[in-house]
Write a protein that binds this ligand. Structure first.
Ligand code: GLN
Length: 429
């Protein structure tokens, strides 16, 4: 296939699904593979906006480490994928640019916030896409689009060149239809990077193909999920038993505190990260310079931040304020430790904790716009806990509802144990 054919095909596909914020380039027959990356990863040659108008026009002069490593392995970056503004969302509907459409039903969401990446992984042949998860943004869209998605242990992959949402939570992962691609490219992007002090060299990412022998299913995780998801999940449990895996229902009461704690911690970190967008360094810089700094800063941010970004600045500033910090931020940190502890307890007897990924299949856009912010946040109650714990996790497609919409399940393993997730994905496929 010539460059032109492939580019025009991408253009055609993008005009239907809207997965790319920016795409293009040239590639030849000796290009080993094509990949895309979420638009909050800096990349040479593409506009990088993280889904925000405030960064419109920003063309980074460097590649994020994960992108540089994919390129060094023979990959060609073909596009930057649409996402919720700065990762703030579950449906990619908070993008300031195009909202990607679900390949199974164009009236529905791809999930978020790495929605464009899931869409690209689902629609393009042999494709792998870099996504980012702060609180579920790889597994959620993977489950809505019927792809595999893996998020490694916090620190496994360098965050250098990632536009921060919540630094203590952000992790770069991969999405693909073919789980072998996760095993192939996770080692490529992993490893210590002197440019990111939170990245780790040890322990090594060893692919030993260790099989899981037992999984814990928290009873709390099957409460309040839709009948279709529950049916597919229970069928999957039977299939796992047939594969020789013990399935045990367990109590993990701490899980229910994870979602509120996450939204306190994530918005606290986000509100400080967003302070750098002051109209003087990145993207738009076209405010009225006759104004004083405070007025300039306010008018600029009022114009270019979307509603959800503003909501999170308010929430996160409030929870960090003197007098409220102990009541909210410090308490949320305690819950975070409790969640880690709850997982560690299960990992003494089980290889993984298994839940449905999302409580329902991808909703229609009209239903998303009718959701309140809290209803929206509640949708994340199963994807947030492993992100709070920094543990690796995987979405495996596990069925469809009556309308043919995909359903996913989420495996969570102990820190640094990506091997069993990758082995499970390959076995399951
Ligand atoms: N839906 C979650 C949020 O809005 C998670 C997003 C993410 O992982 N970037 O914060």
């Amino acid at each position: 296939m010539s460059d032109k054919d492939t580019l025009s095909r991408l253009k055609e596909i993008n005009s239907v699904y809207g997965m790319f914020h920016d795409f293009g380039g040239e590639w030849t027959d000796d290009t080993k593979f094509l990949f895309s990356a979420k638009d909050n990863l800096t990349s040479i040659g593409f506009e990088t906006c993280a889904g925000s108008k405030i960064l419109e026009g920003y063309r980074p002069v460097f590649d994020a480490t994960a992108i540089a490593k994919m390129k060094a392995a023979g990959g060609k970056l073909v596009g930057k994928t649409n996402m919720d503004e700065f990762g703030f969302g579950t449906f990619s509907a908070n993008s300031a640019f195009e909202v990607p459409k679900n390949p199974f039903d164009l009236d529905r969401s791809c999930g978020g916030s790495s929605g464009g990446s899931a869409c690209a992984a689902a629609v393009l042949e042999d494709h792998v896409s870099l996504g980012v998860s702060t609180g579920g943004s790889v597994c959620c869209p993977a489950s809505f689009c019927g792809t595999y998605g893996i998020v490694p242990t916090y620190g496994r992959v360098s965050r250098y060149g990632l536009i921060d949402y919540g630094n203590s939570l952000d992790k770069i992962g991969l999405l693909a239809m073919d789980p072998h691609k996760l095993s192939e490219y996770l080692p490529v992007i992993s490893g210590r990077d002197p440019k990111d002090p939170t990245s780790c060299a040890q322990p090594d990412l060893k692919l030993e193909h260790r099989k899981m022998t037992s999984v814990a299913v928290p009873k709390e995780a099957v409460e309040g999920i839709s009948d279709d998801v529950l049916r597919a999940f229970e069928d999957a449990l039977e299939r796992l038993k047939g594969m020789g895996i013990d399935v045990e229902y367990v109590d993990m009461p701490y899980l229910k505190y994870a979602m509120p704690a996450y939204y306190i911690l994530a918005t606290s970190e986000a509100s400080t990260n967003l302070a750098r967008y002051c109209g003087m360094r990145y993207g738009h810089q076209d405010g009225d310079l006759t104004l004083g700094f405070d007025e300039y800063f306010t008018s600029f941010r009022t114009e270019y931040f979307g509603d959800e970004a503003k909501r999170r600045i308010l929430l996160g500033t409030y929870t960090r304020m003197e007098g409220f910090r102990d009541r909210y931020y410090a308490k949320a940190l305690q819950v975070r430790l409790g969640v880690i502890d709850a997982y560690k307890t299960q990992f003494k007897d089980h290889d993984a904790v298994l839940t449905p990924t999302m409580p329902f299949v991808s909703p229609r856009f009209e239903d998303i716009s009718a959701m309140s912010p809290v209803e929206n946040y509640k949708a994340d109650f199963l994807t947030v806990p492993p992100n709070l714990a920094g543990t690796p996790h995987l979405n495996c497609p596990c069925g469809y509802d009556g309308n043919g919409m995909p359903i996913g399940m989420q495996f969570v393993t102990d820190h640094w144990n990506e091997d069993q997730l990758l082995t499970m994905a390959e076995e399951w496929d």
